[in-house]
Design a binder for this molecule. Structure first.
Ligand SMILES: [Zn+2]
Length: 234
């Protein structure tokens, strides 16, 4: 729904909530303005409430845009999320159900968001789950090609590295790699798997990695140039 507030068009959605005692206004990233109303509250009274609170709404919307513009966010200002180097439109629908649901299809990432849940938290949790699926598949394929057998895959969010490989054969990867292009994910995975054969960064090690990924340096360069940005995204 659309309303004009002090000359600006503002989109909003209405959410009926059984537990709500009074009308509440929320401004959320990607969802924009959400009006939570008690179950039997007449929806036709909503526009006048928005007009009464126009100043406040516009101030919060502006503040949110500033935050989105200055800090890299998991959700960008145009309402997309990064996945494998692409911008995927995010479709957020408020729901009265208590359950969050996230579904990825060919066009967008759909989220049914219960009242009072935090969109960024929901998205980060989804990234972690999705990272496990995507990385497990890649690790399986590359392990076969390299001829190693990792025993475990751990998904984390380490501050200083993208991946690691333990002497026991556990491969740990940052879920944030999911934001990077697929070739970059492959580079980190191949790098860690090669450590199962060479536990160092000797010329021998790099030769091994390069024998599998001849364009290794372009992939490393991407990570060096964009890594900080991926790490900071909240
Ligand atoms: Zn290494």
């Amino acid at each position: 729904m659309m309303i004009t507030l002090e000359g600006r068009s503002v989109e909003y959605s209405i959410l009926r909530n059984r537990r709500a005692r009074r009308v509440k206004l929320r401004v959320e990233i990607a969802q924009g303005l959400v009006v939570v109303i008690p179950w039997r509250f007449p929806a036709k009274e909503v526009p006048s409430i928005l007009l009464e609170n126009a100043r406040w709404i516009l101030r919060i919307l502006d503040r949110q845009h500033t935050i989105l513009d200055s800090a890299p966010a998991l959700v960008s200002a145009n309402g997309t999320v990064r996945l494998a180097g692409c911008a995927i439109p995010l479709k957020v629908e408020p729901t009265n159900s208590r359950r969050v649901s996230v579904a990825l299809d060919a066009e967008s990432l759909h989220i049914a968001l219960p009242p009072f849940s935090n969109l960024n938290t929901v998205i980060e949790a989804w990234y972690r789950r999705h990272a496990r699926t995507v990385f497990a598949e890649k690790v399986r394929e590359w392990s076969l090609l390299i001829g190693v057998q990792p025993v475990k895959l751990k998904i984390g969010d380490p501050r200083s590295r993208w991946g690691s490989c333990s002497t026991r054969g556990t491969i740990s990867l940052s879920w944030r790699l999911l934001l990077a292009p697929s070739e970059v994910m492959d580079y980190v995975i191949v790098h860690e798997l090669c450590h199962m054969k060479q536990r160092n960064h000797s010329p021998h090690f790099w030769k091994l990695v390069e024998s599998i990924l001849p364009d290794l340096s372009a992939r490393r360069l991407w990570l060096r140039e964009n890594g900080t940005h991926l790490r900071a995204a909240r």
